[in-house]
Design a protein around this ligand. Structure first.
Ligand code: ZN
Length: 348
């Protein structure tokens, strides 16, 4: 004669107690994905045009408007064209632009970068005159203005050329003050010299420009993803590379240290650059610091999407959305991206 065994309670793979009857309720997360309405209702991360910062490249009036070959849809623009771009961006919901300049001439110390009538200074003034509500951020660095293409002053140390940290700082201070005097809301040092955030903060305060903020490129990695930008900004180093000042891509802890130093020196916004290969660094920064975190969705990240979409290998707009969402989900409050206009146009 068979005896009926009384089943005893067990637990299933997700730790729920399966009652003795054996009829555990199946958990059904798919209920929350059933319709677009429900998906929208429970969506955790939404990118808005206001989250984006739109980079623009300004050339002197003597040069034509040119599309960057490796960055379809991105142009070198003259001041009037930059103003048009800023107005269209503002109308589409974008609230900040980041300006890079291509000067009339270059020299060893980048002296054209503090010319009050330089392309960036002129563009800042013109945007503030014609689109006054637009937040204007000016990139502060020497590499677009030096004939050697490095981000600082070159010195010779026993036959080896090196970028001198402390000789570079006063030049960055001059450039930052010049952009602030033109009306920039934020200056954004991207050179990765030690101590530059504090030096620029002091320089601004000394000039009674305490209202001008510093958005620091705090964790900027020596990255292969910058290739197309160097065509856009004409800032390729003429010798060597930037590995003695930009960070080693392998170092996450060091990135948090760099960010912490910039916070201590008075940065208002800190940045991780590039974004996609560094989402973990963005997340760690978000968890460690209360300041707004910006992430730079850099030229190579943009160009890869454009190139693959052009070949029909991916759905470009869909991948753009997914990438920007991933950067925000990782913890970025602000995303600097060449996709800004395309995203904002599609958002409306
Ligand atoms: Zn630079």
């Amino acid at each position: 004669m068979m005896t009926t065994k009384t089943p005893s309670p067990t637990t299933d793979t997700v730790g729920r107690v399966v009652p003795a009857t054996g009829a555990a309720m199946t958990l059904r997360p798919r209920r929350l994905r059933r319709t677009e309405g429900i998906r929208a209702l429970v969506r955790e991360t939404v990118v808005r045009p206001e989250d984006l910062i739109y980079p623009l490249f300004v050339v002197p009036p003597s040069r034509p408007r040119v599309e960057i070959g490796s960055m379809p849809g991105v142009f070198q623009l003259r001041v009037a064209e930059v103003v048009d771009a800023a107005r269209r961006a503002f109308d589409a919901g974008i609230r900040a632009v980041l300006l890079f300049g291509l000067p009339e001439f270059k020299d060893g110390i980048g002296s054209s970068s503090w010319d009050p009538s330089g392309p960036v200074q002129s563009a800042i003034e013109a945007i503030k005159r014609h689109v006054p509500e637009m937040t204007v951020i000016a990139d502060v660095c020497l590499c677009e203005y030096t004939d050697h293409g490095h981000c600082g002053v070159i010195v010779d140390r026993n036959g080896v050329k090196d970028v001198d940290n402390d000789q570079t700082l006063p030049l960055l201070m001059k450039q930052a003050v010049s952009f602030a005097a033109a009306g920039a809301d934020f200056v954004a040092p991207s050179d990765m010299m030690d101590g530059r955030v504090g030096a620029i903060r002091r320089a601004l305060d000394d000039q009674s420009m305490s209202e001008v903020g510093v958005m620091a490129y705090s964790a900027k990695f020596a990255s292969g993803f910058y290739g197309p930008f160097r065509e856009a900004a004409e800032s390729s180093p003429q010798f060597g590379d930037r590995r003695t000042y930009q960070m080693d891509p392998a170092n996450g802890r060091e990135a948090q240290r760099e960010i912490g130093i910039d916070v201590a020196e008075g940065a208002d916004i800190v940045m991780v650059k590039p974004a996609l290969a560094y989402l973990d660094v963005i997340r760690q920064a978000r968890d460690s610091f209360p300041l707004p975190i910006a992430a730079y969705n850099v030229s190579g990240e943009y160009s890869m999407v454009k190139a693959a979409a052009e070949r029909g290998w991916i759905d470009g707009p869909r991948v753009m959305n997914e990438i920007l969402t991933s950067i925000k989900r990782a913890g970025a409050d602000l995303i600097i991206t060449y996709h800004a206009m395309e995203f904002a146009d599609a958002y409306r």
